[in-house]
Design a protein around this ligand. Structure first.
Ligand SMILES: *[C@@H]1O[C@H](CO)[C@@H](O)[C@H](O)[C@H]1NC(C)=O
Ligand SMILES: *[C@@H]1O[C@H](CO)[C@@H](O)[C@H](O)[C@H]1NC(C)=O
Ligand SMILES: *[C@@H]1O[C@H](CO)[C@@H](O)[C@H](O)[C@H]1NC(C)=O
Ligand SMILES: *[C@@H]1O[C@H](CO)[C@@H](O)[C@H](O)[C@H]1NC(C)=O
Ligand SMILES: *[C@@H]1O[C@H](CO)[C@@H](O)[C@H](O)[C@H]1NC(C)=O
Length: 447
């Protein structure tokens, strides 16, 4: 129905306009024909241009296995002709409206929350978001209950300046509500200095099964002492390589600056990451190393890192749990908490807030929620901005601190963060991620 309206209403307006113009203007048919011819030439030239750049990646040319990866069909990239916004300008806002109240809220070193927002204490409440990391698989099914359980297990407490508001150690985030405005305050807790080196249970120790040389070691501390590189996976759901170039120009520019630095290597996977219904297959390959796990209870890759002394963390900005969603059936016990076994930190709960993720009706519609065709907003900012907040905090917390003598500070880390802006029908929303992603890449490059 929407598609029908989007095509036929404008088409009929154009036809009516042509009819009126023809009856009003002399020689209109001749002018019109010239305009059509000029338009057709311009379109053909543009298409030719887009065809030539289609295969040109960040290095400016198709690289790596050119024979294998070259597109074998007749490629006419019509989509490149559409200006930004052409496919969803009618749908709604592509930016987030600021909240009315300016809220200044921080959690200090002692876990105390401090809020200033210019109204009396009686107007302030704090929603303490639950720690999802310890939840068993059965509680993390995003089709039926993950968001609802987050809401149910949120504790709402009054806030005032007379007594200190101290958070529990496992709390990663709270929502501070001040009058009609709200904000999210997150922190990485417990702090890295209080995090013990993880000892995997013998029955699921991933070091016993060899997954190649890099994953082979005798003890967690041995790996930690070798100081392997830190690892960050940023997963952009449902975005092809070419669409990344098309809609995320600032990020592409930031990536391009990386290739000139000494220790960087940039690889683009031509045609391997084209969009199809391949999320399960692609992410299983990435996170499990196999599409069809040969064994039951296969642990995702963050377990392999954690078992070897890495600090592991995951951000799921779509109120989702990858392990449950894509590999949940592989586990014998739905009581098993995969995240508790495999991650030191997890942030999901802020992205399950009903202001973004509908708690009644269809959560996956076109105008609200994690798959919507308009800007994904939460409390006046893009949803991904809250995810990046925590990502920056993780990096700051886990970065080696030279002044402090604690050796735990020097453990390597492995972080995954998932973004769903590409998961929608118009291909436009991913644009909203560009400046934040570019800023993050530049921050990593310069740090
Ligand atoms: C989480 O893991 C810790 C340490 O491995 C364990 O002591 C605790 O019981 C686990 N919690 C849950 C809910 O599984
Ligand atoms: C302030 O809040 C605390 C709980 O957070 C409560 O125990 C206390 O009575 C409150 N004080 C006032 C003056 O409202
Ligand atoms: C801390 O945890 C206890 C027990 O789970 C809970 O009753 C209390 O409300 C929590 N406090 C805060 C500030 O989250
Ligand atoms: C892993 O280490 C063990 C002993 O240190 C060795 O026997 C084994 O061959 C190694 N496996 C791989 C894949 O390197
Ligand atoms: C996943 O991969 C398998 C094996 O490569 C293939 O048979 C299957 O069609 C793929 N699934 C989808 C949804 O593409």
């Amino acid at each position: 129905m929407l598609v029908f309206l989007a095509i036929f209403v404008p088409l009929n307006i154009v036809l009516a306009a042509l009819y009126i113009l023809q009856s009003k203007i002399k020689h209109f048919t001749a002018y019109f024909t010239i305009a059509v011819v000029v338009g057709a030439i311009a379109t053909a030239l543009s298409l030719f241009h887009y065809r030539t750049i289609f295969d040109q990646g960040i290095h400016g040319a198709l690289e790596y296995n050119a024979d294998e990866c070259r597109w074998a069909g007749r490629n006419i990239p019509f989509i490149d002709l559409l200006p930004n916004g052409a496919q969803n300008f009618w749908a709604g806002l592509m930016y987030c409206k600021r909240e009315q109240q300016d809220i200044h809220a921080v959690i200090d070193q002692n876990g105390e929350l401090h809020v200033k927002c210019g109204i009396s204490d009686s107007g302030i409440v704090v929603d303490v978001l639950p720690e999802t990391r310890e939840w068993p698989l059965r509680d993390k099914d995003y089709w039926t209950k993950l968001n609802k359980l987050v809401i149910k297990r949120t504790i709402r407490l009054p806030y005032n300046h007379t007594s200190p508001f101290t958070l529990n150690d496992t709390t990663q985030a709270v929502v501070v509500r001040c009058g009609t405005s709200s904000t999210i305050v997150s922190r990485v807790s417990p702090s890295i200095s209080k995090l013990p080196l993880y000892t995997p249970p013998p029955e699921s120790d991933t070091r016993i099964h060899n997954v190649g040389k890099i994953f082979n070691g005798s003890s967690s501390s041995e790996y930690a002492n070798q100081k392997p590189p830190n690892v960050i996976y940023l997963m952009l759901d449902a975005v092809s390589r070419r669409h990344f170039h098309r809609k995320l120009p600032q990020s592409v520019r930031a990536l391009r600056t990386l290739q000139y630095l000494k220790y960087n290597h940039l690889t683009e996977l031509y045609r391997y990451h084209s969009v199809g219904f391949s999320t399960d297959n692609n992410t299983k390959a990435a996170y499990l190393g196999e599409i069809f796990p040969k064994q039951r209870n296969t642990l995702p890759i963050w377990a392999h890192f954690r078992d070897r002394g890495f600090v592991t963390a995951r951000i799921e900005s779509g109120c989702d749990d990858w392990t449950k969603g894509c590999n949940g059936d592989n586990y014998e016990h739905q009581d098993f908490a995969v995240s508790n076994r495999t991650l030191d930190y997890e942030l999901i709960a802020p992205f399950c807030q009903p202001e973004f993720y509908p708690d009644v009706g269809n959560a996956f519609g076109n105008f609200k929620g994690p798959y919507s065709i308009i800007a994904r907003c939460l409390f006046g900012r893009y949803v991904h901005d809250w995810a990046f907040d925590y990502l920056y905090k993780l990096r700051r917390e886990l970065r080696p601190h030279k002044n402090e003598a604690t050796s735990v500070k020097n453990r390597p880390y492995m972080i995954t963060a998932t973004f769903f802006e590409g998961h929608e029908g118009t291909g436009e929303v991913i644009r909203t991620l560009d400046s934040a992603l570019a800023a993050f890449l530049e921050d990593m490059r310069d740090s």
